[in-house]
Structures are given as C-alpha cells and as structure tokens.
Design a protein around this ligand. Structure first.
Ligand SMILES: Nc1ncnc2c1ncn2[C@@H]1O[C@H](COP(=O)(O)OP(=O)(O)OP(=O)(O)O)[C@@H](O)[C@H]1O
Length: 487
C-alpha cells in the first residue's frame, strides 16, 4: 500500500518564535513518489516531515492523506515509518529482535519470523540477524534500523537525514540501496537532507526550502537547469554556480550589453526573445549566473554561434583527476547568498579605522537605493558588506599577480567583451565598495589544461547557459514559463 500526501498552505509556529518555522507550505506528493526535502540547516525540513508523521501539530493549513483531512489523525494510525539520523536500536536486542520489535504492536500474537526474514533478505543482512548492535558497523546498524521500518510494510517512509552519520563511501552505497528498495516497494517516500548531491541522485522530485518557505519543486534536472531563483541556483550544483553582479546596458541607439564593471558581454543581434525581455532591466542591478561548464577557455576565433567572449586572469587551478577547476578573476563583483556562505572579508574590512558610509548606497538616486536595498535582502554583495567609501577603482592585489590590473577585453567573434573605463561606470557600481574580489569565476576544464597562476586567458561564454536574476533574485532569463513574451 502507498498513499498520496497533500500539504495545503501548512504553517508551523513554535511557541515563543515570532517567525514561522514553516510558512504556507503547499505540496502534492503522488503515491509511490520519492520526494526529497532539501535546504540548509534550520529551513524547516524536519518540521514538515514531523507534521506529516503527526509528531508535530500543524498550526494552520491542512494535511490530506489520500485526499482525506488528516491533521488530527494519531501518528500510529497514519501507517508511516520513520528513519532518523540517530537511529536508536535497542542494545540488548539482536538485529532480529530489533527488526521484529514494532511488529509486536502491529501484529500482536502473530508469528513475526517470516516477516523479519523477508526484510533481512531485501536488505541483504541475513547473516547479522543474531548479532547485537554493539557488534555491528555503522552501516549495518543503519540497515537494521531500515529493516525495522520496512518490516512494518508502511504506506509511507519518512526519512530524516538517515545517512548523515555514515562515512562518504557507505553513504553513497546506502543511498543507492535506499533508492532501489523504496522504488522496488513502490512506497511513497519523503526524504530530508541538506546534501544537494544526495537529493539530486535520489529524488523523483526535490522540494527546496529556504527559511520555512518552499522555493521550487521540480525534478532534479529542472532544479539544476531552470532554477526559479538565485537561491536555488546557488544551492544546487557543485561547484557552486558563479554569481556575478551586473547591469543591463540597452541604449536607444541599439545593442545590448551585460556590464560586469570591468568587462561587458555583448548580446548577439538579432536579440533572442529572452534577451529582448532584459531591455526593461536597463540600468538596473541584476545577477548573472554562469555554471562552471557554461564557460570555456578558448580563443575568440573558436567561438561557436551563441558564444561570447570574456577574459580572466588565472588565480588557482584545482586538479580533480577527471577534470580541473580553474579559478579566474574577471574583475567582476561576485554576489553571495547570505544563508549559503559568509561574505568574504575584503582588504578594506581588515584595515583599522575603515568605516562603512552611513548611507551604504552613497550617491544613488532614491529608486536605485531602494533597488539596492532589495538586492541586499536577497543577495548580499561581498564588497558592500564591509565597504570602504568607494575606493572602487583600486587595483586588486591578486589581479596584479602578473602586474596587471583587471583583464583586457577581446573584440570580434559574435559578441564582444569590452574593457569599461572605471570613470564611466554607473554611480551605483562605483559606490559599492572597494576593489574587485579575487576568483570570481570558476571554469570546468579537462584535467590537462596548461595554464598558470597569473595567465590572462580568453573565455567563451555559452549564452544558452547564462541565467539572469532580477533584483529580487527571481530568474528572468531564460524567461519563466508562461511569462508574457515581447513580440
Ligand atoms: N521544538 C522546537 N521549538 C522551537 N523551535 C524549534 C523547534 N524545533 C525546531 N525549531 C526551529 O524551527 C526552525 C526549523 O527547524 P527544523 O529542524 O525543521 O529545520 P531543518 O531544516 O530540519 O534543520 P536541520 O537540517 O538542521 O535539522 C529552526 O529555526 C529551529 O530552530
């Protein structure tokens, strides 16, 4: 038996907590589906799981099981089995007794032996049935804990970070086993994790949460390729997506550029429909997302249609065996998502006596100030988090590894990157903070790439894999589905 789970506008307020742990959460989980709840620590994943289990009251909203209102159904009547991170086995019971324990209540008076044997066979743990927990490895103990859940033949599995206490190798192994088991049994499974790689490899769909709020529910593939907002883009994928602050330049005289401060990306004409939509962002702050595979190190002459040119200075090469990750400085300002990483201190931060200006947005107009504040609420600018009062033009130390400040643009191909004169930068950019940060772009290459720290290298950016997020962090390019398109 398997069942459908529906959460409709479910919120949870814990006593004395002004903010909800879960905020108007709505989700339909189909019978037999493997759904992963993914998000950083404290975002409310376990609370959602515990509300489904009936271990936590729902403050407002509805839980439906197979379409029936079930907010008040006792946990024992929900036919759900939970597997936790800290799987507690009874130390004085053998594996066989531990697995059979819940059956004493589920099937009182019945013979449990066949059910336990069947479970052990599914899990491949027949030979450890007569051992005590103290005689088992971590992985074996977790298998017994899984066995205890499976033996009950539940209609739903609820798993709360069940693998996080295990080492990486065992985790990968058990992950595959869990996928095989739950799919084989066809039981609806809700699996909580903060590990995006685990979520991507396990889930039919992933539901990504941030601060109690559901951000996106989609297949893992869609979460990676079409993140609805900058948070999802940054949370999903390794290495982390490159997020760069930029401005759209779309003069009436024609053409459109994405301006990173020191370099610009020219969008090829005729503009695609998605790029046409960027025109309304003219002059506004945006965030550009580029996955490490969306950029390659190659000469402008090798540009394919849809590729445009940038350049960067090599800061560091991470050799990974099957590939290398090249960290580059393009002279752009990276954006960071507050929950996902602490802002990196700048040189100015560490200088005694440097103060942040009273008005962080300096000489911006009111509208621009408002936009800047909103962008900070969503994505925090590394520079402005510490900022000295606008020493923006100062050369960055690492960029000077080879005595050069920033990078030169390259003309040609089907889009050109241009050096932008610091004096001509929009005020909003100039007021933002001190020098450019190091290593603003990570590019994935073959393992045998021959570049050295300090080399200036040409880059080709695949525009088909360029994301643009607006000041609220919402993806605007590629345009969201159903978005009105300009003709
Ligand atoms: N019993 C409780 N009383 C008060 N606040 C709670 C309680 N349980 C959880 N919280 C708070 O609710 C928020 C969500 O917690 P929850 O455990 O659901 O998050 P999570 O995403 O599962 O985190 P983690 O991955 O660290 O387990 C957190 O801010 C947490 O401190």
């Amino acid at each position: 038996m398997t069942r459908a789970i529906t959460l409709h506008e479910v919120s949870k307020y814990y006593p004395k907590q002004p903010q909800p742990a879960v905020d108007r959460f709505s989700l339909d989980i189909a019978p037999g589906e493997f759904l992963v709840l993914l998000g950083p620590s404290g975002c409310g994943k376990s609370t959602v799981l515990r509300m489904i289990a009936g271990l936590e009251d729902i403050t407002t909203g509805e839980l439906l099981l197979d379409g029936e209102y079930s907010n008040d159904l006792a946990p024992g009547d929900r036919k759900m089995a939970m597997v936790f991170q800290n799987f507690a086995l009874y130390p004085s019971m053998t594996s066989r007794e531990n697995i059979g324990f819940p059956l004493r209540f589920e099937m009182p008076g019945a013979e449990h032996g066949p059910r336990v044997d069947e479970t052990a066979r599914i899990l491949g743990i027949e030979e450890i049935l007569d051992r005590y927990p103290g005689q088992l490895s971590g992985g074996e103990r977790q298998r017994v804990a899984m066995g205890r859940a499976i033996s009950r033949h539940p209609s739903v599995f609820l798993m709360d970070e069940p693998l996080s206490n295990l080492d990486a190798k065992l985790r990968a192994h058990l992950r595959a086993e869990i996928a095989r088991l739950t799919r084989g049994m066809g039981v609806t499974t809700v699996y909580v994790t903060h590990d995006q790689a685990e979520a991507m490899s396990l889930g039919d769909r992933v539901a990504i949460m941030r601060s109690g709020v559901l951000q996106q529910v989609s297949t893992p593939r869609e979460a990676y390729h079409l993140p609805e907002n900058v948070f999802v883009a940054a949370f999903v994928g390794t290495p982390r997506i490159n997020l760069l602050q930029a401005t759209v330049l779309a003069p009436l005289s024609g053409g459109m550029w994405i301006d990173f401060g020191r370099q610009r990306l020219g969008l090829p004409e005729p503009l695609s429909r998605d790029h046409q939509l960027l025109r309304i962002q003219q002059g506004r702050r945006i965030i550009v997302g580029l996955r490490s595979e969306a950029v390659r190190i190659a000469q402008p002459s090798q540009a394919q249609p849809g590729e445009v040119v940038l350049s960067g200075i090599v800061e560091h090469v991470e050799y990974q065996g099957h590939e290398s990750l090249v960290h580059l400085n393009t002279g752009s300002r990276p954006a960071v998502v507050p929950e996902l990483e602490a802002p990196r201190p700048t040189v100015a931060d560490t200088r005694p006596g440097t103060k942040r200006p009273a008005n962080g947005s300096g000489g911006l107009g009111k509208l621009a100030q408002k936009a800047a504040r909103r962008i900070q609420a969503t994505v925090m600018d590394r520079e402005s988090s510490g900022g000295s009062s606008g020493a923006h033009a100062a050369p960055h130390g690492a960029a000077g590894a080879n005595g050069q400040n920033g990078v030169n643009g390259h003309g040609g191909a089907n889009g050109a990157a241009h050096d932008t004169d610091q004096a001509n930068l929009p005020v909003a950019d100039r007021q933002d903070g001190p020098a450019m940060q190091t290593g603003d772009l990570v590019v994935r290459t073959g393992p045998d790439i021959r570049v050295r720290r300090g080399d200036r290298v040409p880059l080709l950016v695949d525009l088909a894999h360029l994301y643009v997020f607006d000041h609220t962090g919402t993806r605007i390019c590629p345009a969201p589905q159903g978005h009105a398109r300009l003709e």
